[in-house]
Design a protein around this ligand. Sequence first.
Ligand SMILES: Cc1ncc(COP(=O)(O)O)c(C=O)c1O
Length: 399
Amino acid sequence: MEKAKLGTKSIWAGEKDQLAFGATQVPVVHSVSFGYDDMDEWYEVAVGKKKGHIYGRNTNPTVQAFEEKIRILEGAEAATSFSTGMAAISNTLGTLLFPGDRIVSIKDTYGGTNKIFTEFLPKQQVEVVLCDTGDHDAIEQEIERGCKVLYLESPTNPTVKITDIKRMASAGKAAGAIVVVDNTFATPVNQNPLELGADLVIHSATKFLGGHADALGGSVCGSKELVEAVYHYREINGATLDPMAAYLLLRGMKTLKLRIDQQNKNAQEIAEFLKSIELVEDVFYPGLETHPNHDIAKEQMNGFGGMLSFSVKGGVETVRHLLPKLKFANRAANLGSVETVVGPSRTTSHVECTPEERAAMGIPEGLIRYSAGIEDIDDLKQDLEQAFKALPSNIMIKN
Ligand SMILES: Cc1ncc(COP(=O)(O)O)c(C=O)c1O
């Protein structure tokens, strides 16, 4: 399996060991507990001497199939899973950081992650240093001052900024830090942080991995030692992935390669198309040569991803009129689904922040996050075109 290509792995990986009764699909095992008539066998499973399951908060066969699939897709030694992407992030940081520790990260992480950095970790006497994203020299300087964890996200949510993972991971390792990368936007199809030197790779499986906006989940992949520590934190603190959600994520992941290839293509075309529209102020997409770190993205990514964002002239007022006119897009706080999803960052990824905080992160109030679906590209382009054309004349004139 390890030698197969990614499209093949996304279909076959992780499933075989969990099939029962000749079923060709992984069953959804809803049982909370797993019973034993033999007291010695029960004991051996309970202490980890024998394979098996004891209690659903710890392990479950359907959940294990999901963990094994993401483990193989990320090329990791071990993987564990969570009820959400945020649970994956908070449990990982909870495992690694103690009072007096220092973490270095970037200003542009996902809004929820940013709240952990600015609201929760300081309360636990963890020093958090957030550097300007893309300012590699500044990040390196902070790493060299010493840190327990270096936490990166690339591309970022929502302005798709790129950090040189290889360079930062190497600086992190030299300083003795554990390097953690949120790979949600890229997916293992487009980027392999472990190959670039990261120690742990995190996903909100809710997004591209599941791909159908019908299940929440998260994962952490890396070395056996680190993943076991994170698993232990999770099994006790209880942010377990539900078996039904694991099943839906597994089913979604079978088409991961196909979906991501199509989303990469659609996002690139939409980004180029938006550049030609007069009311569009700025387009953010790592696949555009105008992106400040296009070269780094080209080096470390196999594809530029399905996410882009753009700002419009007229700010919030234009957004208010434009988005409801789109026929082939859900206006929702999600991304990575087969359907195109749009939303203003002020209502989605960075709703937890004040306008001032968003401004400090370089997120204009008129920024629209666009998650390209797998629809036919001509329909997506025509849809945007008609929505811009149908804007009230006062908006067109003011701009
Ligand atoms: C990059 C990134 N990481 C983590 C998360 C959190 O994931 P979840 O909503 O599954 O908790 C999100 C959610 O949008 C995200 O975009």
